[in-house]
Every structure is written in structure tokens, then in C-alpha cells.
Design a protein around this ligand. Structure first.
Ligand code: BTN
Length: 275
């Protein structure tokens, strides 16, 4: 199936009650990175502006990694957002975005996906979507560039063979929707992503993370399982105990300590070796 991303169709697909909050949708055939593209705009043009691209030639992942971004049917999406007032717990924003993304994926009919703290969307231990939130603080505001990459239909051509280019377990949406029997309309998925994000960002601005935290539990892949957390200077093992109100990971260690971490990478959970 070849579906082309269409800015008008995406904007029109957003729920009428949320559409006034969206300023603009732009679709590009190619860019270096939709996050970088948004960040280059004047601040006034970033807010509530969604940029999608068919292909990225320098797609960025977390921890300075590359995000493999071939043309052919994935989602590379960024939304600019300017938070003006309030004492928002920005450390939880990547988690809020992960929940919104998981909800949008659920609307496609996907089941069984979850979030590996802080914001990787996985199916059976394999990465389906990744999130890169980049923040900039000003005197009276904080601006966010919210980047989301979803593997929808990964091209399997020899020159862009993702098996060789992505060094970690991954999966695409179309191979898991009804065990590969159903395709995904990317424009509808992008509208749904906007529905979920606009609603979640509104709640986050008004009531912080608290009202959203409950949804974390429905997607948390780690709570109660043995995990190995990779830190800058080594690894630590323990049992994951959910998250704190400011989005930190709780870990119960073998020594009986309860520790919390604001950064780190979970390498192993339930015996599954992953990111
Ligand atoms: C991760 O490492 O898991 C985060 C991946 C984020 C990829 C998306 S694709 C759209 C946006 N533009 C980028 O360059 N990166 C993000």
C-alpha cells in the first residue's frame, strides 16, 4: 500500500473540539530531522505546529543515536509547544507524550503494546516507536519540540535493509496489526496522534502529571519485574516499582533499598534483552 502523507487530511482529521488548538500542519518529502526543522523556525511559528516528513536523512534518537528514517511508510512527526505560565514538572513530559502515543496506537486496533520507562513503545520487547522531547527554557516560558517516530511500514529493500541498519530489536505496526493482515492509514494515525497530544498537553498544563499518571500503570511494562538499569558509570539490578510523581523510576534493590532514578536505560526486563 502506498499512502501519501497529506497535511490537509491530517488537520481535518483532528477532533473538531481540539482543532482550534492546532495552528498548522506541514508535510515535507524529506528533511534532516523534523525536530531540527521545527527548531529552526521562529519561536512564534513553532507553537502548535506539527511537521511530518516522508523521510529524514539525519533522524535523531535519544542518547545521540540515529533514528533510521527511510521513505516508504513510517511516521516522523514533531510538534512544537510553548508553555507560558505555571510550574510544570517538565521531567514528566516525555512520559506524557509516550502515553498519548500509546493511546493513538490503540486507536489503530493495536493491542498488547506498552511503555518501557521512560518512553519507548514496545511490542513483545521490540521497539515500535520512540520519542525525543527537546526543551528550551526562556525567562517566562519553556518551549518543547516533541518528536515521535513510529515504525509503521518499514521498507525491506536491500539498500535500506533495516535488519542491518538498526542494531536493536524492532517491529513495525503493520506486521503486528492482526498479525500482518491489516494496513494502517498514516494520515488517520497522525490525526489521532494530534488528538491525543493536544488533549494531554492541555491536561498537563492545567493539572500537571497527576491526572495522567494513572494511565501510566496501564502501559507500564516494567513494574514488578526484574530489571537491569544501565547508568553512565555502570549497571544496577532490582525490581521495578513504578514511577514517582515526577516521573522517576523506582527500583527496589536486592539490599532492600528503594532508589529512584531520573535517567538511565533499562537493558533487560523479564529476561528480555532490549534497548
Ligand atoms: C528514540 O531514540 O527512541 C527517539 C526517537 C525519536 C525519533 C523521532 S522521528 C521524528 C523526530 N525527528 C527526529 O529527528 N527524531 C524524532
Amino acid at each position: 500500500m502506498t499512502d501519501i502523507l497529506d497535511a490537509e487530511a491530517i488537520a481535518e482529521g483532528v477532533l473538531p473540539s481540539l482543532r482550534p488548538q492546532l495552528r498548522r500542519v506541514t508535510v515535507l518529502a524529506e528533511t534532516d530531522s523534523t525536530n531540527a526543522e521545527l527548531a529552526r523556525l521562529k519561536p512564534a511559528e513553532q507553537h502548535a505546529h506539527a511537521i511530518l516528513a516522508e523521510r529524514q536523512n539525519r533522524g535523531r534518537g535519544r542518547r545521540e543515536r540515529r533514528w533510521h528514517s527511510p521513505a516508504g511508510g513510517n511516521i516522523y512527526f514533531s510538534l512544537g509547544w510553548r508553555f507560558t505560565v505555571g510550574d510544570h514538572p517538565f521531567s514528566t513530559l516525555p512520559l506524557v507524550v509516550a502515553i498519548a502515543t500509546a493511546n493513538a496506537l490503540k486507536r489503530t486496533g493495536l493491542e498488547g503494546h506498552g511503555i518501557k520507562w521512560p518512553n519507548d513503545i514496545l511490542v513483545d520487547g521490540k521497539k515500535l516507536a520512540g520519542i525525543l522531547v527537546e526543551l528550551k527554557s526562556g525567562v517566562n516560558h519553556t518551549s518543547a519540540v516533541i518528536g515521535i517516530g513510529i515504525n509503521v511500514r518499514m521498507p525491506k529493500t536491500a539498500e535500506e535493509n533495516p535488519q542491518e541498519l538498526i542494531d536493536r530489536p524492532w517491529v513495525d505496526l503493520e506486521s503486528v496489526l492482526d498479525a500482518g493482515r491489516r494496513s494502517c492509514d498514516r494520515n488517520r494515525l497522525a490525526s489521532s496522534l494530534l488528538d491525543q497530544l493536544l488533549a494531554a498537553l492541555g491536561r498537563f498544563e492545567n493539572t500537571g502529571f497527576e491526572s495522567i499518571q494513572q494511565s501510566w500503570k496501564t502501559y507500564d511494562l516494567l513494574e514488578g519485574s526484574d530489571i537491569t538499569l544501565q547508568l553512565d558509570d555502570g549497571e544496577i539490578e532490582g525490581i521495578a516499582g513504578g514511577i514517582t510523581g515526577d516521573g522517576n523510576l523506582i527500583l527496589h534493590t536486592a539490599e532492600g533499598e528503594r532508589r529512584t532514578f531520573h535517567a538511565g536505560e533499562v537493558r533487560v526486563y523479564r529476561g528480555i534483552r532490549t534497548y
